[in-house]
Design a protein around this ligand. Structure first.
Ligand code: NAD
Length: 555
């Protein structure tokens, strides 16, 4: 696999059971890094950009090649160190240690802003790792689909008697993550109107089955949406244009919108299209005048957020979907930016108290049948869990795999370890044809400090305490994970988050079984502990029921 050209090229993960590396954990890292850059998976693979604005899998192509060479020869008692997408060393460790340790985009507090980051990036010293881009466990738009589906289900439960039928959701951004919104809304029987300034993203979501239709204009989109709403028929419509212009127009028109959110790349002002700039000129304008572009983008975000607040004033359910758009609007001087809540305190925190979060796995064989076996295994393991069964049925029918077949499933403390051990047995028995890589998003219960998102409005005010993701990473290193990552700035941008990730490989060996049991218990365990510490009663109950030890509750 080595000896390839130095520049951009088409990359895919190898499939099947033949090893290119000296063991499955190393092979899994090699395949998952390549999979992140598969054109089916990555948004802009030629630039090594996977998703989320400029979230990269490797710093540059020479670094990518060096990581490939190293993973091919890395021994079972060695660990490769990756500093912001570039392999910087190989150290002798031991069999239980991770094969790869990654630190991406981290900056010292006073320097943790976009301006300094970009200066260092231009010098070739760092890269933006987002969450699962730089930690090699991105699985395409499915990765956010279940969380988005559950979020819209929670909105339906709160405001619309349990179903989005007969409602219109207005949102923007159909990128790698944002592209999940239309399918999540239609899975809840609603209508989605999605504004997107890049026509190629609208086409891509239609090709991948996440979006139903493209409208020619705003008026056309609104007509399609209201007809479907009146017929209580699920439908998703992509509308070309700039959200900062079209949301205020829809508000003025008195459009009958029930729910409003947003997933443009607002966390990075250079990835948000300002009003008055043509999409085709966006990259060049951002590169030649980053300061001026940032100001204009922030002003546009203020208009965009003002319209969202306007819809809330009219009675719509409005929430921030984790892209920091409220923070940017406030920076631009809009005083009511935080009038609507973030989605975590509004809908997700009760799940975090149970150690639930976006657990996922990929079939390294490349065979979709292996995922079907895991789906069935979960239904057998958790027969009483109806919402899990409903999700697995819909995912089986409606999710098109991107790259290596994969599945996301929000499992909690006491569930993930059972799933991992069962999967390992199925690999050992040959019912699953090759090993699985089991990991999760950094947006998890115990792995992130992010005051505009995952830790917004914590009960004890501990939103910005960043010890938790560091403890989480150390726990995973100590428990046998195959690779562990510590990142800064993912989701919400520089200076606004610290977060950690882990991936552990089920290769059917007894050793993998032991590691999976520990990692998949301890990793969500840090989430339960974090929420007990912050004073959440549900987390207290979960800790007591499921035997999570918390010293301050003992004695
Ligand atoms: P992306 O870069 O792949 O897509 C963003 C899209 O927004 C692009 O297609 C872009 O063309 C479009 N866009 C930019 N400015 C626009 C404007 N003014 N009007 C209309 N469209 C515009 O990013 P992504 O991976 O889809 O992530 C979107 C955002 O969500 C990011 O800020 C990311 O950090 C955040 N995020 C949230 C979660 C969550 O759980 N809620 C998870 C991951 C990422």
């Amino acid at each position: 696999m080595s000896g390839q050209p130095a520049g951009p090229r088409v990359v895919r993960a190898p499939r099947g059971t033949q090893l290119n590396a000296l063991g499955w954990p190393q092979e899994a890292a090699l395949r998952m890094l390549r999979n992140n850059l598969d054109p089916e998976v990555a948004e802009h693979p030629d630039q090594l950009v996977v998703y989320g604005g400029t979230g990269r899998a490797a710093r540059d192509w020479p670094s990518f090649d060096a990581m490939m060479r190293t993973l091919e020869t890395l021994r079972q008692d060695e660990t490769m160190l990756v500093q912001s997408g570039r392999p910087v060393g190989v150290l002798r460790t031991h069999e239980w240690a991770p094969r790869v340790l990654l630190a991406n985009s981290n900056l010292v507090g006073d320097w943790a802003n976009w301006e300094e980051f970009r200066r260092l990036e231009a010098l070739g010293l760092t890269m933006y790792g987002q969450m699962t881009a730089g930690s090699w466990i991105y699985i395409g738009t499915q990765g956010i689909l279940q969380g988005t589906y559950e979020t819209f289900a929670a909105v339906a439960a709160k405001r619309f008697a349990g179903s989005l039928a007969g409602t219109i959701t207005l949102t923007a951004g159909l990128g790698g993550m944002g592209g999940a919104q239309p399918l999540a809304v239609t899975m809840n029987d609603g209508v989605a109107l999605c504004v997107e300034c890049d026509p190629s993203r609208i086409r891509r979501r239609i090709e991948h089955g996440y979006l139903d239709r493209a409208a020619d204009s705003l008026e056309h989109g609104l007509r399609l949406a209201t007809e479907a709403r009146d017929a209580r028929r699920p439908l998703s419509v992509g509308v070309p244009g700039n959200a900062a212009e079209l949301l205020p127009r829809l508000l003025e028109m008195g459009a009958p919108i029930d729910i409003v959110t947003d997933q443009t790349s607002a966390h990075d002002p250079l990835a948000y299209l300002p009003v008055g700039v043509d999409f085709d000129e966006m990259a060049e304008r951002a590169a030649t005048d980053p300061g001026g572009f940032t100001r204009r983008a922030q002003e546009s975000m203020a208009q965009h957020v003002e319209a969202m607040v306007g819809f809330q004033d009219e009675g719509a359910e409005v929430f921030d979907y984790g892209n920091s758009i409220r923070g940017e609007a406030r920076t631009a001087g809009y005083p009511r930016a935080f009038d609507f809540p973030g989605f975590v305190p509004a809908y997700i925190r009760p799940l975090f108290c149970e150690g639930k979060g976006p657990f996922r796995w990929a079939a390294l064989s490349g065979d979709p049948k292996d995922i079907a076996v895991t789906d069935r295994a979960l239904l057998e393991l958790f027969p009483e869990n109806e919402s899990l069964a409903r999700w697995l049925r819909m995912a089986g029918e409606r999710v098109h795999f991107q790259g290596l077949p994969a599945r996301i499933c929000w499992l909690g403390y006491g569930e993930r370890d059972k799933a991992g051990e069962r999967f390992n047995e199925l690999v050992a028995s040959g019912e699953i044809s090759a090993p699985l890589a089991l990991g999760r998003d950094h947006l998890d219960c115990g792995s992130v400090a992010s005051p505009y998102r995952e830790t917004e409005a914590m009960k004890d005010g501990s939103d910005a305490i960043a010890d938790w993701p560091l403890l989480n990473a150390m726990v995973n290193v100590s428990s046998g994970a195959s690779w562990v990552s510590v990142h800064h700035g993912g989701g919400v941008g520089m200076g606004r988050s610290l977060h950690a990730g882990q991936v552990t490989v089920a290769d059917g060996t007894a050793l993998a079984g032991e590691k999976l049991r520990r990692v998949l218990t301890n990793d969500p365990g840090t989430g339960v502990i974090r929420h007990v510490d912050a004073g959440y009663e549900r987390a207290d109950e979960v800790a007591a029921e499921r035997g999570v030890r918390v010293p301050m509750r003992e004695g």
